[in-house]
Design a binder for this molecule. Structure first.
Ligand SMILES: Nc1nc2c(ncn2[C@@H]2O[C@H](COP(=O)(O)OP(=O)(O)OP(=O)(O)O)[C@@H](O)[C@H]2O)c(=O)[nH]1
Ligand SMILES: Nc1ncnc2c1ncn2[C@@H]1O[C@H](COP(=O)(O)OP(=O)(O)OP(=O)(O)O)[C@@H](O)[C@H]1O
Length: 724
């Protein structure tokens, strides 16, 4: 099956509701409506307003998907007290504004409606929607609709990536159409729930708005999570005055739109309830099951580490930032990272309500930590949106200047029509292909390229880009001829990385042609084997974007695995992945979420258990990210701290005995306990610092005196005597 993709949606994807509703979906896929009561401090039940549920079923254009494996729902009605809003974590941004009328930059990932697309494109560019050949107006999500592997096909030299794709896409499908229900068909009565819960009308409106944007919000399990979040955050408002619940919902919507399943979406709704609403892990566990509880806990830990790093400006040091990226991915289920990214993306979208200094702090941390994480996970659309938003806050002048230069030249129709033209020509010539994708370079990516290569905007030739994936190497060259027949070639821009691969093994044909309106168009042509190398292998795009800096095999393996987890959890949710024909029989190679020791798909099977451990060390209120060998202990950390201390030099006796280590906020009873990825170790002096210093000075004096006494005999005695 041949497929074309473009980084925009020409029509709403099938799972996104398309019918107008009391709340209007705005041009950006978010929801504009009068919030009604914004005084979210009131918890009075509003029963006068009936929820607008009738007819929701007609809002979904797609047939129902197949079976949802829900976590247990027992205990739903318990707990969920009306907690106040005393949140401590800055990340929760009580002060943030509403995203409902958010109008992101026109450029880059956030600029066009891209609902429910795949975040990890095995065969696409970053974000895409697509059409089957010959009907490209009928756009649909397709990244995985290319037949991969198929048993006999082996990929690259090892077949490793073939296996990855097959296993990743064919597994973990717990989004199933048969059990999908629209809200008015729910087995529990939503109206009763709203009444019993004493919901504010705004909560109902929020839910309805989400249901219009994605059908997953009509699932019972997700609605229950919404209700729980509503109860937990009732009365909490953000700086803008918007209800805090809105942030939770928007985070969940972002996750739903990239195809996350109901467990992840529910955890997205509840992601702040541990820290900010005083729900307990046990309560979430009992109500929603371990899947959701573990994710919420994972997000909470990531939030704490992120806050620590932000307060200490840790990420400005590139080595420590790199360790943080690795730590975040290694310590938590990759899906928790996904939720944290969605949380941060929504916070960045609504940053305007914060004071400028805070905006900058968040933007800086986002650029240093979260955008690279999105890059590593292959979620290009989020990465682009995060980067563009950071760019806007950190370099507003450059941002405005560049966007004003580009505002007229951005034209999505140009990419669509170039794809159609190329597809038609390939068909006419009988060249089979897998996918044609297109993308518009993001504003921040253009800016970075200009800076890095000292170019002007006119020197950037890949603002518009097409990528063609074919089956065989010889077809790459045939397709290149066709491209050059369709559009005139820009001299000197042809690169044959197939015959002369890059040092990292990257293979592809690149050419630049003058497209429609005499605008340069970069075209990349490669086989699917080459493409898999370019996405997941040594030449992976995330590494290319990190300037191919040297990573340990541990990091490579870990990123690789995290990418596949995300692929399973999101891409496989899209209906197209089932149309690929991978049956339920294909299971992931290992137990989720990590490789087993002998997993044949492990990036480097021998490095799995021996990878380094990254630990946060807090000493004298300063945080650092330390790297230790596998199996290191708290004592190793204390010894390192002692060695690094200048006080040790002064006082000549080991400091470590004076340090009281706390591991993840608990006193350490056994210093030989092993360190784990993401552990936080605080080293505090046994007695307050000031008295400790005095105490040390006193000891030092005694020590010095003692030495003199013992070494000097009577003279010394008389000296001591004469002093007294
Ligand atoms: N995944 C991956 N993609 C690469 C790699 N090298 C190049 N690319 C892709 O190829 C595009 C252009 O690469 P080149 O043709 O070598 O261009 P260049 O000489 O670096 O600079 P420009 O022509 O200005 O883009 C990049 O924008 C990437 O999309 C790589 O190592 N891995
Ligand atoms: N010609 C193209 N067609 C389709 N997708 C592309 C094309 N070139 C790059 N991409 C994809 O677009 C996404 C964003 O890439 P981005 O524009 O930031 O960098 P790049 O073009 O790959 O690299 P550079 O900025 O160094 O030229 C990546 O997922 C990349 O693989």
């Amino acid at each position: 099956m041949a497929v074309s993709t473009i980084a925009l949606y020409a029509s709403p994807p099938s799972s996104v509701c398309s019918t107008p509703h009391p709340c209007q979906i705005n041009a950006h896929g978010s929801c504009d409506f009068d919030m009604g009561s914004r005084s979210s401090s009131s918890s009075t039940a509003s029963t006068s307003q009936k929820p607008v549920m009738g007819g929701l079923s007609c809002l979904f254009s797609s047939p129902a998907p197949a079976a949802v494996k829900h976590a247990p729902l027992s205990g739903f009605s318990g707990g969920g007290e009306d907690h106040g809003g005393g949140r401590g974590d800055e990340l929760n941004l009580k002060e943030l504004g509403s995203s409902f009328s958010y109008s992101p930059s026109k450029f880059g990932g956030s600029s066009w409606k891209r609902d429910h697309h795949s975040p990890v494109s095995v065969f696409n560019g970053p974000v895409s929607c697509s059409s089957t050949v010959g009907s490209s107006s009928n756009l649909r999500s397709t990244a995985s609709s290319v037949r991969i592997g198929g048993g006999s096909e082996r990929v690259g030299t090892s077949g490793l990536f073939d296996g990855f794709v097959r296993n990743a896409l064919g597994s973990c499908l717990d989004y199933d159409s048969a059990s999908f229900k629209v809200a008015d068909e729910l087995t529990f009565n939503l109206e009763d729930t709203f009444m019993e819960g004493g919901f504010e009308p705004y909560a109902k409106k929020l839910l309805l708005g989400a249901q219009l944007r994605h059908k997953i919000f009509c699932e019972e399990f997700v609605i229950k999570a919404f209700c729980e979040a509503e109860k937990a955050h009732r009365g909490q408002v953000r700086a803008s005055g918007d209800p805090y619940l809105q942030h939770c919902l928007e985070t969940a919507v972002l996750l739903a739109l990239i195809g996350a399943n109901s467990t992840v979406v529910a955890a997205g709704l509840l992601h702040d309830t541990l820290d900010d609403a005083f729900l307990t892990y046990d309560y979430i566990f009992g109500t929603f099951g371990a899947g959701v509880a573990d994710l919420v806990e994972g997000v909470s830990k990531l939030s704490h580490l992120s806050k620590l790093a932000r307060e200490n400006n840790t990420a400005c040091k590139s080595v420590e930032a790199d360790r943080l990226h690795t730590m975040f991915l290694a310590m938590a289920d990759a899906r928790a990272v996904l939720i944290k990214l969605a949380d941060r993306l929504h916070n960045m979208m609504t940053l305007d309500a914060l004071p400028v200094a805070k905006q900058q702090r968040f933007a800086k941390e986002t650029l240093e930590i979260f955008a690279p994480l999105a890059n590593r996970l292959g979620i290009s659309s989020w990465k682009e949106q995060l980067e563009n938003l950071c760019f806007k806050h950190l370099n507003p002048d450059q941002h405005d200047e560049l966007s004003s230069k580009l505002v007229d030249s951005y034209d999505e129709a140009r990419i669509t029509s170039a794809i159609e033209k190329l597809e038609q020509a390939l068909k006419d010539e009988g060249i089979s292909y897998h996918v044609v994708s297109g993308r518009h370079k993001s504003l921040y990516s253009i800016y970075c390229k200009m800076l890095k290569k000292k170019l002007t905007i006119d020197d950037i030739h890949d603002i518009y880009g097409l990528r063609l994936i074919v089956d065989k190497e010889e077809d790459c060259y045939k397709a290149l001829t066709i491209v050059h027949q369709l559009w005139s070639e820009v001299p000197g821009k042809l690169k044959d990385y197939i015959r002369r691969p890059k040092f990292n093994g990257y293979q592809s044909l690149h050419t630049v042609v003058m497209g429609e309106g005499k605008v340069p168009l970069e075209v990349q042509i490669r086989t699917k084997d080459m493409h898999l190398q370019a996405e997941f292998g040594f030449a992976a795009h995330w590494r290319y974007k990190e300037d191919d800096c040297q990573h340990s095999s541990f990091v490579l393996q870990m990123v690789e695995w995290a990418r596949w987890v995300v692929t399973w959890q999101c891409e496989a949710m899209s209906k197209d992945s089932t149309s690929v024909g991978y049956g339920d029989s294909i299971k992931p190679p290992c137990k989720f979420p990590s490789h087993v020791d002998d997993c044949p798909y492990c990036y480097k099977p021998d490095c799995g258990q021996d990878g380094p451990v990254f630990v946060i060390m807090i000493e004298n209120d300063k945080m650092s990210v330390q790297e230790f060998r596998a199996n290191s202990t708290v004592m190793d950390l204390m010894e390192r701290a002692g060695r690094a201390s200048s006080r040790l030099m002064t006082y000549r006796f080991p400091l470590k005995e004076e340090l009281r280590p706390r591991l993840n906020h608990m006193p350490v009873s056994d210093p030989n306990c092993k360190l784990k990825m993401g552990d936080v170790v605080e080293l505090t002096p046994a007695i307050p610092d000031k008295s400790l210093t005095e105490y040390r000075e006193e000891i030092q004096r005694m020590y010095d005196r003692g030495l003199t006494v013992s070494g000097a005999g009577p003279t010394a005695s008389s000296m001591v005597g004469s002093r007294s």
